[in-house]
Design a protein around this ligand. Structure first.
Ligand code: SF4
Length: 341
């Protein structure tokens, strides 16, 4: 497989985000364009972050920026220096009840996918901590365990995407990401060093049933994550095509809106039942999709949209200069990239 690699410059790496809807953050920083993990279900190539930059990426040597997802990476060098300047001048900070002013790395790539992004992420986190910001890492990579000296901090929580623990299944769905067994070992290491942790048990394939959720949650609870986010695989945009191209037959069962809605509803019930039985229902945080309205009771959906997580961010005071209403208004949303999961 040919990989196209390079660097790019970005004017402002700190982007306000709509991901308070999922209880994740109020800002995102993406350390690169593209992601070498190449997960077949990844929605990022269908978002404006890639769709609106196709011509530019083609000029950089990527022939099909959507279908070639996983085969290119442009690292955004210079982020720590720019961020330091921006934060030194910044007088207001966007903080919603669900986003808690947190900065997420990353929503459109993986911050710890290789040595280059890991080095950039480490320096970026150091700048954010220098300016007393709250940081959320979300990764499928393993290199964060080398940064525990920085990440083991009350204002940092590290999350790994770990929808299941089946390495064989993972090779088909997330072909270039480290196997789930290795990710779990990394979480254990973080747990032993008392790093704040969370897990995105997402996105789960339609084949997962009640007993699979019970086994998975039982394993996850060994590392006592502060919160366990969940959502199922959603076949939308080009990711349905990419899953089928990768030979994932299950994608057929969630290709229509109704089959996806029914699958979401079933798995939602099952993971809640499993969590209640395992004793972690208080940590389970559902990521509902507003498009579920036809399949799920409106009140059940509303209960989760813009809901703060149970995570405790009060241990270190930070500069709080602007508090917004629970639902971000369109004018203050600058980034709509869906999270990696
Ligand atoms: S889901 Fe995340 S790790 Fe996987 S390809 Fe997309 S951005 Fe990368």
């Amino acid at each position: 497989m040919t990989i196209t690699k390079g660097t790019e410059q970005i004017v402002n790496p700190l982007q306000e985000s709509a991901l308070n809807k999922k209880g994740l953050c109020d800002y995102v920083i993406n350390v690169a364009s593209g992601c070498l993990h190449g997960c077949t279900f990844c929605y990022v190539p269908s978002t404006p972050a890639i769709r609106t930059r196709q011509a530019h990426l083609q000029d950089q040597g990527v022939s099909n920026p959507q279908m070639d997802w996983g085969k290119y990476l442009f690292v955004r060098e210079g982020i720590p220096e720019k961020l330091d300047q921006i934060l030194s001048r910044k007088r207001t900070w966007h903080e919603t009840p669900a986003g808690k002013g947190v900065v997420l790395l990353c929503s459109g790539t993986d911050p710890y996918q290789n040595k280059e992004t890991a080095a950039l992420t480490r320096r970026t986190v150091q700048v954010l901590l220098k300016h007393k910001k709250r940081v959320r890492i979300l990764t499928r990579g393993l290199l964060w365990v080398n940064d525990l000296d920085v990440l083991r901090h009350p204002n940092v929580t590290v999350g790994m995407s770990l929808p299941f623990l089946d390495d064989d299944l993972s090779r088909k769905i997330e072909p270039q990401a480290p196997p789930p067994s290795e990710r779990y070992k990394a979480l254990l290491k973080g747990y032993k060093t008392e790093c704040r942790l969370y897990v995105a048990a997402a996105p789960t394939p339609p084949s997962m049933k009640l007993d699979d959720f019970k086994r998975h949650l039982e394993q996850l609870m060994m590392i006592k994550p502060e919160v366990i986010f969940w959502e199922p695989i959603n076949a939308r945009g080009t990711n349905g095509k990419r899953m089928l191209a990768a030979g994932l037959e299950f994608a057929h069962s969630i290709m229509s809106k109704s089959s996806w809605g029914e699958c979401f509803k079933r798995q939602w019930d099952e993971i809640e039942l499993a969590a209640a039985e395992i004793g972690c229902i208080d940590r389970l945080h559902i990521w509902p999709d507003p498009e579920l309205r036809e399949y799920v009771d409106e009140a059940k959906l509303k209960q989760w949209l813009y809901k703060p997580t149970v995570e405790n961010w009060e241990s270190l005071s930070h500069e709080k200069t602007r508090t917004n209403s629970p639902q971000a208004t369109p004018k203050n949303i600058k980034t709509n990239i869906v999270p990696i999961s």
